[in-house]
Design a protein around this ligand. Structure first.
Ligand code: AMP
Length: 288
């Protein structure tokens, strides 16, 4: 596996690969790799002959009071996992390489960033869109893979790709969960034993909402209230939002008609976790 730290060197490799007619799949990550990340890599392998992964804990997507410094990092372990996953190249830039002195260009995707995580993390998606656009220019992939756990992130990136004419296919991959149902996340490492148990409340709330939907309930109020009720049974869980929204515009709905996602964010202790379920898409939880 090639490890590349400089954007220019990565661009040169991408150009060479493209000149050889190779198809490049790209999985951007912030490291501390788990099965969720590896599932994206496996999907990437199926869709291209060269697999590039990036590890970059992007400062511009963290708010001033957030966990940038504490974010778990374990490069040696990540490197081993990437080698096992037969990754061809790892792009692992420094902060300085990505945001050199004098850096001042940021990208704003306007509407789909307003609701859900955009409410409590107002600069988050500006950082995400900016770094993903930069990574796309550096890695020059044909196809890029993202997890549906970060549902809003995929919607934002699809919007950006369409609006700015990036010639890149965006693939959304199913949420990978722990055996008990908790969505895998690098931030699960922050949870102590008691919090880890309580964190399951988020999945329980989603499951209960899905059952209501399956039994014919279509009122957002009823479903959201019931999800809140489940979360309230768990005193360590402090909901940030429970939102039933249109899966494309991400605006809240009153009645479920088109494709609708129930998205939940909550603090478990100090750790902010997110999860979601596309209620109207229960048969197709896989790749899109
Ligand atoms: P992160 O390192 O948290 O920025 O995540 C990198 C990529 O992995 C993003 O596209 C995430 O959506 C995806 N991802 C993270 N957790 C999961 C999961 N549990 N299942 C599927 N994809 C995930």
């Amino acid at each position: 596996m090639k490890i590349i730290r400089e954007p220019r060197a990565m661009q040169r490799l991408a150009e060479e690969l493209r000149a050889q007619g190779r198809r490049i799949a790209f999985v951007p990550t912030m490291g501390c790799l788990h099965e969720g990340h590896l599932s994206l890599m496996r999907e990437g392998r199926k869709r291209a002959d060269t697999l590039v992964v990036s590890i970059f804990v992007n400062p511009s997507q963290f708010g001033p009071q957030e966990d940038l410094d504490a974010y778990p990092r374990d490069f040696e372990r990540d490197k081993r996992r990437l080698q096992e996953a037969a990754v061809d190249a790892l792009f692992y830039p420094t902060d300085k390489a990505m945001y050199p002195d004098g850096y001042q260009t940021y990208l704003t995707v306007e509407k789909v960033t307003q609701n859900l995580c955009g409410r409590s993390r107002p600069t988050h998606f500006r950082g995400v869109a900016t770094v993903v656009a930069k990574l796309f220019h550096i890695v020059k992939p044909h196809v890029a893979l993202f997890g549906k756990k970060d549902f809003q992130q995929i919607v934002v990136i699809r919007r950006m790709v369409e609006d700015l004419n990036f010639d890149i296919e965006i693939v959304g991959c199913a949420i990978v969960r722990e055996p008990d149902g908790l969505a895998m996340s690098s931030r699960n490492k922050y949870l102590n034993a008691e919090e880890r148990k309580e964190a399951l409340a988020i999945k329980k709330a989603l499951d209960r909402a899905r059952d209501l939907y399956r039994n014919g309930e279509r009122s957002a109020r009823v479903i959201v209230d019931e999800a809140h009720r489940i979360l309230e049974l768990h005193p360590l869980v402090r909901p940030d939002y429970v939102s039933l929204c249109d899966a494309r515009t991400l605006t809240d709905v009153e009645t479920i008609e088109g494709e609708t996602v129930l998205a939940i964010a909550g603090f478990v202790g100090d750790t902010r976790l997110i999860d979601n379920c596309v209620l109207t898409d229960l048969s197709r939880e896989g790749v899109e």
